[in-house]
Design a protein around this ligand. Structure first.
Ligand SMILES: [Zn+2]
Length: 223
């Protein structure tokens, strides 16, 4: 079941109060249209009725895809979790066995996780692919300044195209020279190599519960 509420939010530009929709919990089996809105990022955007400004909503939500057996808890940074919420979420986690449980602190990361899991990929392997790709780009950077900028850039999974061995993964990152988000393609062999590293080092995998899997997490596991 999805839990959908109305709430009042102030526009970031003009401050006008707007009535907005808040998705406390999203069940993609009951509401497949909400999955699409998470995938394209529109679920968290709302338009101010006074000035037309597009605002990004910030609230806690639990994304549940029973088909993919995935549960992702979006808890924006700085938001407090009540004890009741924490309890209900822990109960969820205990009640379901073979689920992948993830925690993110921004809507963009939730969107990325959904794209990864919908494509049938492993988000830990994707983080490893991002790490390898970052290292590769740094080694080809040419100058120190560019290398430094790439080392701090956020990489995201964008898409996978093609089948089996000829599949190509597209990651995005803010290219310091181009000054905009740029795609970088990697072959399926990179994904397979990372999968191999992970299976030979099962200790990298996280424990139970809602885990935050991102670049910082991976670096803490491989150092
Ligand atoms: Zn406004």
């Amino acid at each position: 079941m999805s839990i959908i509420r109305k709430a009042e939010a102030a526009c970031s530009k003009c401050g006008a109060k707007n009535e907005t929709t808040i998705y406390r919990s999203i069940n993609t089996a009951d509401n497949p249209e909400l999955k699409q809105k998470v995938r394209d990022g529109s679920l968290f955007l709302w338009r101010c009725s006074s000035c037309g400004q597009t605002n990004l909503a910030r609230y806690e939500t639990l994304y549940h895809d029973p088909e993919k057996k995935v549960m992702i808890w979006l808890l924006p940074e700085g938001l407090e979790v009540s004890e009741a919420q924490m309890q209900s979420i822990s109960l969820h986690a205990k009640a379901i066995g073979d689920y992948t449980l993830r925690r993110t602190d921004d809507a963009g990361s939730l969107m990325e996780k959904v794209l990864i899991f919908d494509a049938g990929l492993d988000d830990i392997v994707i983080e490893m692919c991002k790490f390898v790709t970052r290292m590769e780009l740094i080694s080809k950077a040419g100058d120190k300044d560019r290398a430094e900028k790439i080392s701090r850039a956020a990489f995201h999974f964008y898409s996978v195209t093609g089948e089996d061995e000829s599949a190509v993964l597209t990651l995005t990152y803010p290219d310091p020279d181009a000054g905009k988000i740029t795609g970088v393609n990697i072959g399926w062999n990179v994904y397979e190599d990372c999968m191999g590293i992970l299976s030979r080092n099962p200790g990298i995998r996280p424990g139970d519960g809602f885990q935050k899997i991102d670049a910082a997490w991976l670096e803490s596991r491989i150092r």
